[in-house]
Design a protein around this ligand. Structure first.
Ligand SMILES: Cc1cc2nc3c(=O)[nH]c(=O)nc-3n(C[C@H](O)[C@H](O)[C@H](O)COP(=O)(O)O)c2cc1C
Length: 309
């Protein structure tokens, strides 16, 4: 039988299927169901910097970490979401003390100030990562956005600042406009497999570049999606939308689909297939870069062949 064990953030996981931060991971019941269905690890919903002012929320969060740590045998990853330099970073220490196996730091900051440059914002991100790194001994993952001019450079700097892993990517919820009520309103839509392409590309490009673990996140819904992330070079495939839509038991067919595929292709371990289609493994590395753009456009049936017409 195929061996699904994988390493993530220096921890051995029984499977590369990981439940990312969502309401499902916010209760002991949800966490127990995810573990029973085969999750290799779980990421708790984020404790937001803005929530630290609320009296009961941080305490409840820390209690969930310790209860989860006692109840589960898989790694429990706590999640912290903030960008300022204020005292919230100390909650990373509290998360560690409460029993978290690792911390995932979600840094999300959409600046609408034209005077603030990209490098200024990047500096701020790195500063937060350094502060959290200093505050804890346990592994630290950084969940980031795909919106950087030079993502490969940023990934390297995050690794240097102390990130042990990168979660590619956070998914953003853009506000929508209601044309009858003339209102701007938040609107949550779950992802589909189409969205996997962006994480897939960057996992393939960053595989084995900076000595950090890689988690593919956004658009993982099927066993095929999981296999793609591993071939691109991911250490784990994270899921939220698929689990919210289908429930924790959705992990079961994904695991058996992965096992079946590995058996058919004669892979005994996940390590044997990991990264086979990463940028450094394929004969044409440009497939993940700009050259692919023209080829993709040319693949549409209505595109006029170059040189013709
Ligand atoms: C209802 C809901 C709540 C979420 N809460 C968090 C959160 O607290 N912290 C976080 O980092 N991501 C959160 N996410 C983002 C997910 O962890 C995940 O990154 C995103 O949904 C993309 O993955 P998917 O395509 O598998 O859904 C949330 C997503 C949803 C749909």
């Amino acid at each position: 039988m195929a061996d699904l064990r994988t390493r993530y953030l220096g921890m051995e996981l029984r499977s590369p299927l990981v439940a990312s931060a969502s309401p499902l991971t916010g209760s002991l019941d949800g966490l127990a169901k995810l573990e029973a269905a085969g999750a290799g690890a779980v990421v708790l919903p984020s404790l937001f910097e803005e929530e630290l002012e609320e009296a009961s929320r941080p305490a409840a969060y820390l209690a969930l970490i310790s209860q989860a740590r006692q109840a589960l045998s898989i790694p429990v990853i706590a999640s912290l979401n903030g960008v300022s330099r204020s005292g919230w970073v100390r909650y990373a220490t509290r998360m560690e003390q409460a029993g978290a196996d690792a911390v995932e730091l979600n840094i999300y900051y959409a600046s609408s100030r034209p005077g603030r440059s990209g490098s200024e914002i990047e500096w701020r991100y790195l500063d937060v990562v350094r502060s959290v790194r200093r505050a804890i001994q346990i592994p630290l993952a950084v969940k980031l956005s795909p919106y950087f001019s030079s993502l490969a450079n940023m990934a390297g700097q995050l690794a240097e600042a102390g990130a042990n892993g990168l979660v590619l990517f956070n998914r953003f919820y853009q506000p929508d406009v209601n044309i009858e009520a003339l209102e701007v309103a938040p609107r949550l839509e779950l992802s589909t497999s189409v969205e996997l392409r962006l994480p897939l590309r960057w996992v393939a490009i960053l595989h084995r570049r900076f000595g950090v673990s890689l988690a593919a996140s956004t658009g993982v819904h099927t066993a095929e999606d999981v296999i793609k992330t591993l071939l691109a070079g991911a250490d784990v495939a994270m899921m939220t939308s698929a689990l919210l839509r289908n429930g924790p038991d959705h992990l079961r067919p994904l695991e058996s689909g992965l096992r079946d595929w590995m058996d058919r292709h004669h892979y005994e371990t996940v390590d044997q297939l990991r990264g086979l289609l990463s940028q450094r493994s394929i004969p044409d590395p440009a497939a993940f870069e700009r050259a692919n753009y023209i080829m993709t456009l040319a693949s549409h049936p209505l595109t006029t062949p170059r040189g013709a017409g």
